[in-house]
Design a protein around this ligand. Structure first.
Ligand SMILES: C[S@@+](CC[C@H](N)C(=O)[O-])C[C@H]1O[C@@H](n2cnc3c(N)ncnc32)[C@H](O)[C@@H]1O
Length: 365
């Protein structure tokens, strides 16, 4: 007789970072559908890998069973840690996988190159015949996710849709596949190629907002510069070339971003050059009043949710870490009202350049 176990979402689950009046839920109906399906499976004695859990809904519910939760996102891992009171075993790098796993419970991530990388990397850690159960919201469905699963894992089937969510089922029938990531990309104006891990923002070319910010680096005597939300480190590396005696600090909530930024910085400036790399939320871990200049091309979504909350939190973090008189320079889409947000946080802001799409905005502490 299979031993089954009812699994459900803990309704007290919270998103991260915490907000005073949170309007968004920390799970969705794809998480609910996954748990409903897993409740009918015998999970005893299975080694389970959870992938891309947003805020810990899956990890917390599967706590009674041996499992590891892997994510590239500091925010997701911190949420999982807080929601499970530290009881879920989390890892933030695919090279820390320790299979063989016989059940993978996953969400399809927004970035399908990252999904491809994940499937390739854990194909080396799966038992033959291992089950994959993967949840997704129908509105984000892409044929590419199915193509990747069919190519790297084995034939797929799907569940019926429920509350706009569906499941994909796959069995591991293929052989281990080498991952095509990380890749190297040459960017205009930079002599050395950049190494980009699969989940790095604008992995294939320089972002046009970033390009506009690079065309408007400030002049001044900056000794400590923070590249806030650094991705592959391109802004901070350009700043270091511009201000060679400055110490650089890089922060990002993507582990792959921080890994890429560190490799790229060392390619340009060698092992001795002063720099710090923080896998963190905004600028958590950077000392108060320790930075002369913050450069930022803020994100405008968290997972699949479009939001300016993270940008606002980045601006508040920038204010905290800047020395009095220090400068935050950002680039943003014209429709995003960053000048008003910055004026509210800093007292004043100034648009110093504009094109048809972007504005460069300064705020002084
Ligand atoms: C618009 S991209 C800019 C990347 C890079 N600076 C550039 O200009 O090409 C925003 C970056 O912020 C990072 N990010 C998103 N949420 C974050 C958070 N809560 N804390 C720190 N970084 C975050 C993303 O991973 C992404 O690398």
């Amino acid at each position: 007789m299979p031993v089954t176990y009812p699994l459900s979402i803990n309704p007290t689950l919270k998103r991260y970072p915490p907000r005073k009046r949170e309007l968004l839920q920390a799970w969705d109906s794809a998480d609910e559908l996954l748990l409903e399906h897993l409740s009918s499976m015998d999970l005893v004695d299975r080694k389970i890998l959870i992938m891309n859990d947003s805020f810990g809904a899956l990890g917390c519910a599967l706590q009674p069973f041996a499992h590891t939760s892997v994510s590239d996102s500091f925010v997701s891992l911190r949420a999982t840690e807080l929601n499970s009171k530290g009881k879920v075993n989390t890892i933030d790098r695919l090279d820390q996988l320790a299979g063989p796993y016989d059940l993978v419970v996953a969400r399809v991530p927004r970035n399908l190159s990252y999904f491809e990388d994940q499937l390739c990397q854990f194909s080396h850690h799966l038992k033959p015949g291992a089950d994959l159960v993967i949840g997704y919201m129908v509105k984000y469905q892409t044929k590419t996710a199915f193509d990747l699963l069919n190519r790297i894992i084995g034939p797929t089937t799907t569940s019926l849709a429920k509350k706009k969510a569906r499941l994909i089922f796959a069995k591991y029938k293929k052989s281990p596949t080498p991952s095509p990531y990380p890749t190297k990309v040459v960017m205009d104006g930079f002599p050395e190629p950049f190494l980009n891990h699969s989940n790095v923002f604008s992995r294939e070319k320089l972002d046009i907002g970033a390009r506009f910010l690079l065309d408007h680096l400030p002049s001044g005597d900056y000794r400590s510069i923070l590249d806030l939300g650094c991705a592959n480190g391109v802004i901070g590396i350009a700043a270091k070339r511009h201000f060679p005696s400055a110490e650089l600090i890089f922060t990002d909530e993507s582990r792959m971003a921080i890994q890429s930024a560190e490799v790229n910085f060392r390619t340009y400036f060698g092992g001795e050059a002063l720099a710090k790399f923080h896998f963190t939320h905004c600028a958590d871990g950077v000392a108060d009043e320790s930075v002369d200049l913050v450069l930022c091309n803020p994100p405008f979504h968290q997972g699949n949710t479009l939001t300016d909350v993270i940008a606002q939190q980045m601006f508040e973090a920038a204010k905290r870490v800047l020395v009095p008189g220090g400068k935050l320079r950002i680039v943003g889409n014209l429709h995003l009202h960053y000048p008003a947000t910055l004026a509210r946080i800093f007292g004043e802001s100034e648009v110093i350049a504009k094109n048809q799409k972007f504005a460069i905005v300064d705020a002084i502490k």
